[in-house]
Design a protein around this ligand. Structure first.
Ligand SMILES: [Zn+2]
Length: 66
């Protein structure tokens, strides 16, 4: 996991890692500063984990949000 990077937070709604003030996927501003585990989804349509977590867009996701 990267340490000390620019404002990296995780959306509590869809668990997407975002760098801005709002989630670029669901638009939520309910962001958590800490998370555990990093899940990289490249092809959500082919990923069982993505289906399990209801991820439909490629990108970086947290496994667990604190
Ligand atoms: Zn979101």
């Amino acid at each position: 996991m990267k340490q000390g990077s620019v404002k990296e937070r995780v959306c509590r709604n869809c668990k997407r890692i975002v760098s801005g003030d709002a989630c670029d996927l669901c638009g939520s501003t309910n962001l958590a500063p800490t998370y555990q585990g990093l899940l990289i989804v490249l092809k959500p349509e082919l990923s069982e984990i993505a289906a399990l977590l209801n991820i439909k867009k490629e990108g970086y996701y947290a496994v667990k949000v604190k």
